[in-house]
Design a binder for this molecule. Structure first.
Ligand SMILES: NC(=O)c1ccc[n+]([C@@H]2O[C@H](COP(=O)([O-])OP(=O)(O)OC[C@H]3O[C@@H](n4cnc5c(N)ncnc54)[C@H](OP(=O)(O)O)[C@@H]3O)[C@@H](O)[C@H]2O)c1
Length: 328
């Protein structure tokens, strides 16, 4: 495993990290969570990503944070641990958002579930249009001063929102966002228009999520076949809706071309999807979800594959072959 700086901080994270959303709390129970975390550590993975919303869909509390906290008992120091706050945690009008009121309570609850007294990377899950940015940034800076948070990150923010927040932080001498999470993979390229150029310029580390398009880029689903019974799409209507956006006839045709190209080089489609993300230097860590230890092991090994500029051009050509055919 190789390591990269987490944005412009001094801390290093593994190029592949472990995401604990999806089936954590359902198919992934506490025992499975421990096995997956150990599979990650065995491969040199040191970044684990969770959120106070993950696993709440099974039982109204973040089972993902609980499982991660239990699994890290005694080995907490080996992991750079990221969690997130913003999403609703209760019925009250103030039980969501990036206000001081909500974030302070959300962080305390995350720390309790994670059985730790600090989070390495505390991320605001989504931009809150109703809370002044100064209030959020000042609150995050206070969390760092209190020793409960080491670094802060954004998630699902537009480039201008991170830019404005970090400018305010700089003006007042507060900590600024060192990372952001964004939906980015071979099939979802919107981040390339503005966010990635901004991150490169300002050295904000990118943590791409859905790197495998929820399993589609790992060959988990076949066209016109029902999802495998142990898969995420079988478990969640929202995963089926997500897949419907990308699992089109054109999407599958592109995946077939990419799979064959990876196979000729002795790699899988999942390895290609991860290696492609790592070809972008501003990517600090690719957070890949795993619901089985062997998935974690395979994903961690993808980081060994370095794509050349010629490879990247060929991948682009294979992705766009559908459009070329339509244009002819
Ligand atoms: N900031 C945000 O708003 C946000 C949003 C989404 C996700 N995230 C983070 O990003 C992480 C990754 O995203 P994700 O888990 O949603 O999607 P993902 O990484 O694109 O896909 C993970 C799924 O792909 C399948 N998979 C993984 N490795 C595989 C392999 N080697 N072979 C075959 N199948 C494999 C598994 O599906 P099955 O379970 O069906 O086997 C797994 O659940 C999350 O866990 C979370 O930490 C953040």
């Amino acid at each position: 495993m190789q390591y990269r700086q987490l944005g412009r901080s001094g801390v290093r994270v593994s190029e592949v990290g472990l995401g604990t959303g999806g089936q954590w709390g359902g198919l992934v129970d506490q025992e499975a969570a421990i096995r997956i975390i150990w599979a990650a550590l065995d491969q040199g993975v040191n970044y684990v990503d969770t959120a106070d919303i993950y696993g709440t869909w099974y039982r109204g509390t973040s089972l993902s944070e609980e499982y991660v906290g239990n699994a890290l008992e005694g080995i907490r120091h080996r992991v750079i641990l990221g969690t997130k706050g913003y999403n609703p945690t209760g019925e009250d009008v103030n039980d969501w958002g990036a206000s001081r009121h909500h974030l302070m309570r959300a962080l305390e609850a995350s720390l309790r579930r994670l059985r730790t007294d600090y989070v390495d990377l505390y991320q605001i899950h989504k931009f809150d249009e109703t809370t002044p940015m100064e209030e959020t940034m000042r609150t995050l800076d206070d969390m760092i001063s209190a020793g409960k948070v080491r670094y802060i990150g954004a998630s699902n923010y537009a480039a201008w929102q991170i830019c404005r927040c970090n400018d305010l932080a700089e003006r007042y001498g507060w900590a600024s966002f060192i990372t952001t999470q964004a939906h980015h993979n071979l099939l979802e390229r919107e981040a390339e228009a503005e966010l990635i150029p901004f991150c490169r310029e300002m050295r904000v580390g990118l943590l791409p999520y859905f790197p495998l398009a929820a399993g589609l880029l790992a060959g988990r689903y076949e066209p016109s076949e029902p999802p495998p019974p142990d898969s995420r799409a079988a478990a969640f209507e929202r995963t089926r809706r997500y897949l419907a956006r990308y699992a089109t006839p054109e999407g599958y045709a592109a995946l077939q071309r990419l799979s064959a190209w990876a196979d000729e080089r002795g790699h899988t489609l999942a390895e290609l999807a991860i290696a492609w993300l790592l070809a972008e230097p501003i990517v600090a860590c690719v957070i890949v979800g795993a619901s089985k230890p062997e998935q974690m092991t395979e994903n961690a090994q993808a980081a060994e594959w370095r794509l050349s500029p010629d490879d990247l051009a060929e991948i682009e050509r294979l992705l766009k072959a559908n459009e070329d055919e339509e244009g002819e």
